[in-house]
Design a binder for this molecule. Sequence first.
Ligand code: HEM
Length: 140
Amino acid sequence: MRRLFILSTMLFFLAMGGFWAASVWLPEAPAASGAPNPQAAPTPQAAPTPQAAPARQTHYTLSEVARHDTRNDCWMAIRGQVYDFTRYVPQHPSDPSVFLPWCGKEASQAYRTKSKGRSHSSYADQLMIQYRIGMLQAAN
Ligand code: HEM
């Protein structure tokens, strides 16, 4: 009886030691729920949009801008940046005859003065950011 007690006590401690050793040396099992696995491939959203970043670094000359001088294809260079305002043309609040002559041109001053000495709001400044397609190439 005494021998059985000693044997089962030893077995008990051996089993406890085994569990402890396993918890120390074995790698942690991946979570069973939908939790993200750090070793898994990155999700598609994490990857940068392939075209977005380089487009902003593209340089355009004024003669390239000048090729886009119509209501249906309207680029402008303003303060060293190039914008494609084609989608914005129908939304501009002034009469189109005020905005359209600046398609295909360097329009910094026109933008600054609205062609009549009043500056655009900071809302307009924010609005134009989304139409930026690149930078103006400095003339040689
Ligand atoms: C470069 C040529 C441009 C000219 C000559 C021009 C001219 C004008 C004029 C005459 C007005 C009308 C009323 C007023 O006196 O306030 C106006 C308003 C406005 N324009 Fe332009 N604009 C130009 C470009 C732009 C661009 C590129 C944007 C933005 C994408 C823009 C956004 C606005 C907005 C939001 C208003 C309402 C008033 C304000 O927030 O300042 N405009 N603009």
